[in-house]
Unconditional design. Structure first.
Length: 591
């Protein structure tokens, strides 16, 4: 039966595909695709872990004291029976062989399917066996963890591998053909996991939680595929393999759509593709307004390879390389100097002589390292206000020096801007500059060559926006991180869907801070960029131009649409109008 679920529209477009549920009641399970050549090995890994649990339970049963209650032995029998259950075994094989899921993901997916069947049983005794199944699956997962294979995302072919269906007797709710688009439905996806999925072919994303500028939403947007976050109980309501339409413009999901609805959305999807093709023609057009102002459209990237997409859409540089993505998803093992240097150099070379702004690591808050590293940020109750970004870096000088040396070395290969996130205090600025000098001295002592960098600070804490003179004294340029600036000005958690309606980029206080920052930079002849999500939002392009902004940094997928707005704009007229907007009680209503 068709039904709809509402959430937040975070990445535009329409996706139509079958649901792949990665939500699991079994806690922290890694999800990745294994390469086609590795599926047999992965099935063997699942089998070895299951057999180990069978042995474990058999041993337990054998060692039971004579006077142990009968129920315990009966319970172990049930567990053994569940472990031998064909539906579980064949289902796991199926998900690995046909969908190329890793063993943990295959097991939890099959668990969810069987658990739903238990839920629907009339008989209370049978219904309660779900808890036993969960215990059994948890045991297997524990074994898998012990013998875990490294996280290895498969290449492009991973998720869509076709091939004949091996088993037919199981009701896996699947079509015979696997060659259909897939949409990912999850309670939440960590930014590090999103990076894994970046390599796969998901046509869309849905999560129960998250706000418009949560990092999961940002990564979805960078992949340029439709996404809806904050869809509350979507992962409970949608079942494995349901057909789902994701309307990323309206923030709506339609589950199990009727043929008429499918046809309508199919039409809209094709219209969207045509619009994209039209925008593509602007690739080589310089971004100059009608009144002759040249506007700089830069790219935000997460990984060095993202420069390919940036160059493809005609970005004139990278305005924000979120270097923390090199640090995540590595079980807490941080990249060393050489690894980082090679990654930064790759990004610089990828931009073919255009400038690259590398932001020092911004770990913490909704971008944790995936495994607790035993640092304070892992236990703080309010991580957005805790040890994140530059605070995290300054708390670990050797780690920070390693990153600074790597960036300085890479700067020998092109124009590099070094950008520091989340600064608020003069003492933090001084410490950062002193560590930068120290990093240079270390390289000098080693005789290692390095290049010059322009130095920039992010304005993303209101305190920074209110003490611009301090920042402009020490830095060559500023970059306004509106995602955090809004969060901290309005006291709205950017990742919390329950307050997403109050997360307002057009609040007069936010616009006032942005306007003052732009004006002051212009007055002092310093560069200023907006690199938060506001820069890529076409509804705000005219306003930002009117406020005097001439440099925008956004995901490559947004550049051409913003360029279209720029080409139609007259900054002289917009300046007068922006003043009116700034003075309004409800600026958003004037856009
Ligand atoms: C911002 O806060 O606007 C920003 C660009 O940084 P991030 O989104 O990575 O916190
Ligand atoms: Mg930020």
């Amino acid at each position: 039966m068709t039904f709809s679920v509402h959430g937040l529209a975070v990445s535009r477009g329409i996706a139509i595909g079958r649901a792949v549920l990665v939500a699991s009641s079994l806690g922290d399970v890694t999800h990745y695709f294994v390469d086609a050549s590795q599926t047999e090995q992965e099935i063997a890994r699942a089998r070895v872990s299951r057999n180990a649990v069978v042995d474990e339970i058999t041993r337990l049963q054998h060692d039971l004291p004579k006077d142990a209650p009968q129920e315990i032995s009966a319970l172990l029998d049930v567990h053994l029976m569940l472990l031998q259950d064909e539906q579980l075994i064949n289902g796991v094989k199926h998900w690995i062989a046909e969908r190329h899921y890793n063993a943990e993901w295959a097991l939890t997916t099959q668990y969810e399917l069987i658990a739903r069947q238990f839920d629907e049983m009339e008989d209370e005794y049978l219904r309660e066996r779900k808890a036993d199944l969960e215990q059994v699956v948890e045991r297997i997962l524990r074994h898998m963890k012990g013998a875990a294979s490294p996280m290895q995302p498969a290449g492009q072919g991973g998720v869509r591998a076709g091939g004949s269906r091996k088993q037919s007797q199981q009701d896996l709710l699947l079509d015979d053909t696997m060659d259909v688009p897939l949409v990912l439905v999850a309670h939440d996806v960590a930014p590090a996991d999103m990076l894994q999925f970046k390599q796969s072919l998901f046509a869309g994303f849905v999560t129960d939680v998250g706000g418009k500028t949560s990092h999961t939403a940002i990564v979805a947007r960078s992949m340029d595929i439709p996404a809806v976050v904050g869809a509350r109980s979507a992962s409970q309501l949608i079942q494995q393999d349901d057909w789902v339409i994701i309307d990323g413009d309206a923030g709506v999901l339609i589950v199990d759509p009727s043929p008429i609805i499918l046809a309508e959305y199919g039409f809209q999807q094709r219209q969207g593709e045509l619009e994209r093709e039209r925008l593509n023609r602007l690739k080589h057009t310089p971004a100059i307004t009608m009144d002759g102002q040249r506007i700089e459209l830069l790219a935000n990237i997460e990984l060095p390879d993202d420069t390919l997409g940036a160059v493809k859409v005609g970005a004139v540089g990278v305005g924000l390389f979120r270097s923390e993505f090199l640090f995540m998803g590595r079980n807490g093992k941080l990249p060393d100097e050489n690894e980082q240097y090679l990654a930064y150099r790759k990004a610089i070379e990828g931009m073919q002589g255009l400038p690259v702004t590398i932001r020092t690591v911004d770990i913490g808050s909704d971008k944790p390292l995936d495994k607790p590293a035993g640092r304070a940020q892992d236990v703080h109750l309010n991580p957005a206000m805790g040890l994140r970004a530059i605070r995290w870096s300054l708390a670990d000088p050797p780690m920070f020096l390693t990153q600074l040396r790597a960036i300085l070395r890479a700067a020998a290969y092109g124009q590099v801007n070094l950008l520091v996130p989340m600064l608020a205090h003069a003492s933090e600025i001084r410490q950062t500059l002193s560590l930068l000098d120290h990093a240079r001295a270390q390289l000098d002592n080693r005789g290692t060559p390095y290049g010059p960098v322009r130095l920039g600070a992010m304005i993303e804490i209101p305190a920074a926006a209110l003490t611009l003179r301090l920042f402009l004294k020490y830095f060559d340029f500023l970059s306004i991180g509106t995602n955090d600036l809004i969060q901290y000005t309005l006291a709205i958690d950017r990742a919390d869907e329950s307050v997403a309606h109050l997360y307002d980029p057009c609040h007069p206080a936010v616009l006032g801070l942005i306007a003052d920052t732009i004006t002051e930079c212009q007055r002092q002849g310093k560069g200023v960029t907006v690199c938060g999500e506001m820069a890529g939002d076409i509804r705000l392009t005219r306003l930002l131009l009117g406020l005097g902004l001439r440099s925008f940094s956004m995901h490559p997928s947004q550049i051409l649409a913003v360029k279209q707005q720029v080409l139609r704009a007259d900054t002289g007229k917009l300046k007068l109008w922006a003043r009116e907007v700034l003075e309004s009680e409800e600026p958003g209503a004037l856009l």
